[in-house]
Ligand binder design. Structure first.
Ligand code: FES
Length: 652
């Protein structure tokens, strides 16, 4: 029989096949990534390819119009009923007739690269744990008394090369009905997330048109963010955030651990609260995206160790005291129903990323997965700023991690006029060093406070308070304008020459905005605010400095600010304050919500789950709580910017 040369693009894979070979078969034999849900039955259309015509000198072929077989009845029917894009063929139906070059478009590739919006962020290669597969199962036979599940497993092996298969009870309960209703054809959602047997998560009679969705969850102590993601292409269909309802049991992590210690059953209350919140987010996101919540089959979670234990229903009491022993630091895989999640599919699988140590969580592991400091030639300090700062320092040779108790001041809490980042919050501040007069911007308006039309532009909200990035800029600007000394003391009106420095008891505060005439608030930076920011920034800096000591270095090459808050911090002001070590300002970048990105990467890729597990096992943990040098660094970092470390990049 005659052979024909088949070249696939963009992979460049090529081989010779007998005339009459289906394109899908050739692709599979060459290991070309060509999708299929229906196993070549002309139903799912996932196998679409684009034959190329003309001269291809590189491949030594001229492709003519009859290089592939003409449309057959299956393709014709498909085109009639659902329409096939011009120039496309179904790879499972088109057969090779002569030398041919065939392009596999991105949407027909299973393991395609998804280009992410953030220009400098890493790309995700789609490799989801759960896929839909259509199979034709043999009918039962009295002479071969095998069960329906065994014949389903046999069909999955023969058609899809799947090894051992298990099915949980809810799936077994509907297996027989589905097989008979579908005429022995069923679509199964098959999970292959680890080296164990594949799991049938759900099944539908015949061909199921639906899609598989996943939820990537960044479970923080204050907020829970969730991203509903299409697991075919990695697109985020909807995102939402909710307050962590555990806040009513304690603002920060340690107060929640104490709540669990002091109140019998307190841990269980907090567990139920957070699980209910996740359920609510799943429901809301599915409604927003117009999908059924039952199509959510995968969930990944990143969180700090206390949130981790409380989500899983493990008493966090051990995390409240040295040696901060975790119940487990490994990645945890479990069923959504084990967490009592009732909105998502009954068979949905949950993957919780591994923890780095008793104080350094899966959120830091997710940042490491998104940022891969271990692949950097430069020494990079990555800081995820929240109520706790997670800090990673490393390059190709080594990566170290610690966490530092910054407290919630950077989020606007414990600040006299502090508030969360929301419309009306002051987020940018400038103070004229000559006149000592401030100007600022609030969230929700592009105008500065001294621009004409500012009052109208801020609308009904007006100026309501100051958020985390605003207070950092205010304190740094006060220092640069000479309103604040290196020890963090606000000068009096006489010392500074401005009536904005108002006496408050034995201290002073600096008036940023007086909105009382319009019925709004007076917004000042008080001595207490400065102290709260000093404590927070000293903790952050001391953590970073401790890791630098451990590395034996006193400078870093680059700084990456992660977290929603990190995205809004001005690098210059952070450095004036001495939050981060000295580097050239253009070596400071924001990585956005890197922990959430890490959760999304793990959601879309099984390979990435193995990657983060390997990465975490190579990260060296540094414990700040028991390290005496942390205290020394903390005290020295109290000054603005610092008592002894030089900041040469701040000159000029
Ligand atoms: Fe499903 Fe071709 S593989 S239509």
């Amino acid at each position: 029989d005659a052979d024909a040369l088949v070249v696939f693009t963009p992979s460049g894979k090529r081989g010779r096949f007998p005339v009459g070979t289906p394109v899908l078969t050739a692709a599979r034999q060459l290991g070309v990534d060509l999708d299929s849900v229906c196993g070549g039955r002309g139903i799912c259309s996932k196998c679409q390819v684009t034959p190329q015509f003309g001269e291809f000198p590189k491949h030594g072929v001229t492709v003519t119009a009859d290089a592939l077989s003409a449309w057959n009845a299956v393709e014709e029917r498909y085109d009639r009923v659902r329409g096939l894009t011009a120039g496309r063929r179904l790879g499972c139906q088109a057969r090779v007739e002569g030398d041919v070059v065939i392009d596999v478009p991105p949407e027909s590739q299973v393991h395609r690269q998804v280009v992410r919006k953030e220009a400098d962020a890493r790309e995700i290669v789609m490799d989801p744990a759960t896929r839909l597969l259509l199979v034709q199962v043999a009918e039962p036979d009295m002479h071969e008394p095998r069960g329906d599940l065994e014949r389903l497993a046999e069909a999955l092996r023969a058609e899809w090369g799947v090894g051992a298969v298990t099915a949980p009870l809810p799936v077994l309960a509907k297996l027989q009905g589905a097989l008979r209703k579908g005429g022995w054809q069923v679509t199964v959602a098959l999970w292959t997330g680890d080296a164990g047997p594949a799991k049938v998560l759900d099944l539908w009679p015949g061909f199921h048109e639906g899609r598989v969705y996943g939820l990537a969850i960044d479970l923080g102590s204050t907020t829970i963010a969730a991203h509903l993601t299409d697991l075919r292409n990695g697109t985020v269909k909807a995102s939402a955030g909710a307050m962590n309802p555990q806040i009513r049991f304690g603002e920060d992590l340690m107060s929640r651990v104490s709540y669990a210690m002091m109140n019998p059953g307190g841990d269980r209350e907090m567990t139920s609260a957070v699980r209910a919140a996740i359920d609510g987010l799943a429901k809301g996101l599915a409604e927003e995206a117009g999908i059924g919540a039952r199509d959510i089959l995968e969930i990944t979670v990143v969180c700090n160790p206390v949130m981790h234990h409380l989500l899983l229903g493990i008493d966090p009491v051990e995390l409240g005291q040295a040696p901060f022993a975790l119940a487990t630091s490994s990645a945890v895989g479990l069923e959504a129903r084990d967490l009592g999640l009732s909105q998502v599919n009954e068979g949905a699988q949950v993957y919780v990323l591994p923890l780095i140590a008793g104080h350094v969580g899966a959120d830091a592991a997710a940042v490491a997965l998104a940022e891969r400091p271990d692949q950097s030639d430069d020494l990079v300090l990555t800081v995820d700023v929240g109520t706790n700062a997670e800090i990673l320092l490393g390059d190709r040779s080594r990566v170290l991690a610690c966490s530092s108790p910054t407290g919630p001041a950077f989020e606007g809490a414990q600040i006299s006029s502090g508030q969360r980042a929301a419309p009306g919050a002051i987020e940018r501040v400038e103070i004229d060093p000559a006149t000592k007069e401030p100007r600022f911007k609030v969230i929700g308006s592009d105008l500065w406070s001294d621009d004409p039309g500012f009052a109208e532009a801020t609308g009904a909200t007006g100026v309501t308070g100051i958020c985390g990035s605003g207070i950092i800029e205010a304190v740094a600007e006060m220092r640069m304008a000479g309103l604040l000394d290196a020890g963090g003391l606000i000068g009096s009106a006489e010392q500074t020459g401005t009536a904005r420095c108002e006496p408050v008891g034995r201290t002073s505060s600096y008036l940023l905005w007086d909105g009382t005439a319009q019925g709004g608030p007076r917004i000042s930076v008080t001595q207490g605010d400065i102290r709260a920011i000093q404590l927070a920034k000293s903790a952050l800096y001391a953590g970073a400095r401790l890791l630098m000591d451990e590395m034996g270095l006193d400078k870093v090459d680059r700084v990456t600010l992660a977290g929603a808050f990190g995205a809004h911090i001005s690098p210059k002001h952070a450095m004036v304050l001495g939050m981060i070590p000295d580097v050239p300002l253009d070596h400071v970048r924001s990585a956005g919500n890197a922990a959430g990105t890490g959760a999304r990467i793990a959601l879309c890729s099984v390979a990435a789950r193995r990657e983060v597990e390997g990465l975490v096992s190579r990260i060296t943990k540094v414990e700040t709580a028991i390290e005496p040098r942390f205290q020394e660094h903390f005290v020295a970092a109290n000054a603005i910017p610092h008592a002894s470390d030089p900041f040469p990049n701040l000159r000029g």
